[in-house]
Design a binder for this molecule. Structure first.
Ligand code: MG
Length: 296
């Protein structure tokens, strides 16, 4: 069985012929938000409906946090602290070294955020997060709520101030900077350009702001949700049939086929060339011939 679809010959050099897609953990309800912690050689991820964050190592699986306020996306800041998007509390938090939780954002201009979904950190320490409305449309524990703000992408500066940076997307979701941060990619799981939810937009970064937003790529199967760049600038995207690798010019180079719907991905492992994949009820991983960017 092949784990790959080659759409451009270069993709054959990105994967290793018989390196399998391995299922390394299963039994969850909807997994999301993978983040690699190299200092602990572990992967953290959310199991959203079960209100928990799990910690995977080669030795096994433990509960990292329960309840997790229905956390979704995670990343780590420049000091290695965990940054989390929480649906239940509609906020973005930072876990401090002593374990206490600092709220970084829960409102904008006096109105509650919707349900922060995914988050990345720029090299200047600013935190960028998406705020679609999925969490308040889902009645997990009475969290269903009236939407107060448009679905947007926000930036939290290192001084704590919050600014809306992208306000014209239907449901911004996964985020990724290109390795040199000259571009910002945003997956839209809503409907914008056409009656089609399956696109990724790219923005040029100019004076710290995303400008010139345009269609970058349309996923051909399912939706793009979580996205990550490799060190060469290729964009790896979650999709309905697996993980798609897209060149900086927007061409599909190839696919890693995964037997469950993929929600998100991250690079990890000692050499950052192991791709971890959250997919519906399971976590998968595969060793690639490409490395993630230095920071998650
Ligand atoms: Mg997401």
């Amino acid at each position: 069985m092949s784990f790959f679809q080659i759409h451009d010959p270069v993709f054959a050099s990105y994967v290793m012929g018989n390196a399998p897609v391995k299922r390394i953990a299963t039994g969850f309800d909807w997994v999301e938000g993978p983040v690699w912690c190299g200092d602990q050689n572990c992967l953290l991820f959310s199991d959203i409906p079960n209100n928990r964050i799990l910690r995977w190592t080669e030795e096994g699986l433990t509960t990292f946090r329960h309840p997790s306020n229905y956390s979704n996306g995670h990343t780590r800041d420049r000091q290695g602290r965990l940054i989390s998007c929480e649906h239940g509390t509609r906020r973005v938090t930072r876990t401090e070294w002593d374990g206490s939780i600092t709220v970084l954002a829960d409102s904008f201009q006096g109105k509650s955020l919707n349900s922060p979904n995914d988050v990345i950190v720029a090299s200047d320490g600013a935190i960028w997060f998406s705020d679609p409305h999925y969490g308040i449309m889902t009645d997990y524990e009475g969290f269903k709520a009236v939407q107060e703000l448009p679905c947007s992408v926000y930036r939290i500066a290192t001084d704590g101030s919050i600014a809306a940076m992208i306000t014209d997307m239907a449901c911004p979701n996964g985020l990724a900077f290109s390795p040199d941060e000259s571009r910002l990619y945003v997956a839209d799981t809503g409907r914008m350009f056409s009656d089609d939810p399956q696109h990724i937009r790219v923005f040029d970064m100019k004076d710290g702001r995303p400008v010139n937003g345009r269609l970058f790529h349309k996923i051909d199967t399912g939706c793009a949700d979580g996205i990550r760049c490799d060190a060469d600038g290729n964009l790896w995207s979650s999709a309905g049939d697996g993980v798609h690798c897209i060149a900086p010019d927007g061409r599909l180079l190839g696919k890693i086929l995964v037997p469950e719907t993929v929600s998100n991905i991250c690079f990890g492992g000692r050499a950052k060339h192991r791709l971890f994949i959250t997919a519906t009820t399971s976590i998968y991983s595969i060793i690639l011939n490409r490395r993630g960017v230095q920071w998650p």
